[in-house]
Design a protein around this ligand. Structure first.
Ligand SMILES: Nc1ncnc2c1ncn2[C@@H]1O[C@H](COP(=O)(O)OP(=O)(O)O)[C@@H](O)[C@H]1O
Ligand SMILES: [Mg+2]
Length: 265
């Protein structure tokens, strides 16, 4: 479990995360237990990242990061802003999303213009993560970061921010056709039909079984779900049951009037 050794900077976004260097020499975007979106979003992040990775989608590395109280006390910026007030970040075990490389030398982009989006080497992963977002009912728009691919010409997409899977702290599944869709339809231009989604749906149906969910759940610090094992297991049971809904949920997105998949007719 990596230990945070240096605070670099505050990140934007509702969870008020922080870029930190850790003892393992990696950098992580750290979300704290007392972030404004609720402690459960740390569960969602870890569970979501691990499951999407098991589906074979490109996601950021994830770790449980330890932040000691001394670090919080010595770092003025390690506070949560709530309205006009502020409280210190809670020390302990937090969620870390690994920065892909060194922040000083690896540029990461939150958005790309359509022209560059078309040069993303792993565009099919957007169909994969859409299947995942339907399965987990991600109630936020899909988020990804982009970095230069090894060839220096193209880009690579890395999926991030799974805090609003399972409807954030609610742990329910208010399905709606366009939930989880990526804001730029350019990423779906190569999706011409079922064949773009089918392999991913199959992975949810066949790979995401009880054993996989149990294994991932064991990694979650119990304080992230307030030691409520029952609630966690209800969530996992729902996920198992929802596997057979995914196909229908993808179809209802496809048929919605906004036509998110421009070349699937
Ligand atoms: N693994 C990562 N590598 C690089 N940057 C990241 C990573 N994860 C998050 N970020 C950056 O931090 C910002 C906030 O993270 P995000 O998970 O979106 O939190 P929030 O829930 O606050 O929206 C993102 O918009 C992105 O710019
Ligand atoms: Mg975000």
């Amino acid at each position: 479990m990596p230990l945070a050794t240096e605070h670099i900077r505050r990140m934007r976004g509702g969870a008020q995360s922080h870029l930190m260097r850790c003892e393992d020499e990696n950098f992580y975007i750290v979300k704290f237990q007392n972030n404004p979106q609720g402690t459960r979003i740390l569960v969602n992040e870890l569970l979501g990242t691990r499951l999407a990775a098991r589906m074979g989608v490109s996601v950021a590395g994830a770790a449980v990061v330890e932040v000691r109280s001394q670090m919080v006390e010595l770092t003025e910026d390690l506070v949560v802003q709530l309205g006009r007030g502020r409280v210190p970040c809670v020390a302990g075990l937090e969620f870390g999303s690994q920065y892909p490389g060194h922040p000083a030398t690896t540029a990461v982009y939150d958005f790309l213009p359509d022209e560059q989006l078309r040069r993303v080497e792993n565009l099919p992963d957007f169909c994969g993560i859409f299947v995942f977002d339907k399965w987990t009912c991600n109630t936020n728009g899909r988020q990804a970061i982009f970095l230069r691919a090894r060839d220096g010409e193209r880009y690579r997409a890395v999926m991030i921010d799974h805090g609003f899977c399972f409807n954030a702290s609610e742990w329910n599944f208010p399905d709606a056709p366009l939930r989880g869709i990526y804001a730029r339809s350019a990423v779906y231009e190569e999706a011409h039909g079922w064949e773009a989604f089918e392999p991913w749906i199959e992975r949810v149906e066949k790979r995401m079984d009880e054993n996989v969910l149990d294994e991932v759940a064991r990694e979650i610090p119990p304080e992230w779900y307030n030691f409520d094992q029952d609630a966690l297991y209800r969530l996992l049971e729902q996920l198992l049951r929802r596997r057979k809904l995914v196909r229908e949920l993808v179809l209802s997105a496809k048929n919605s009037s906004r036509m998110p998949f421009p070349h699937w007719t």
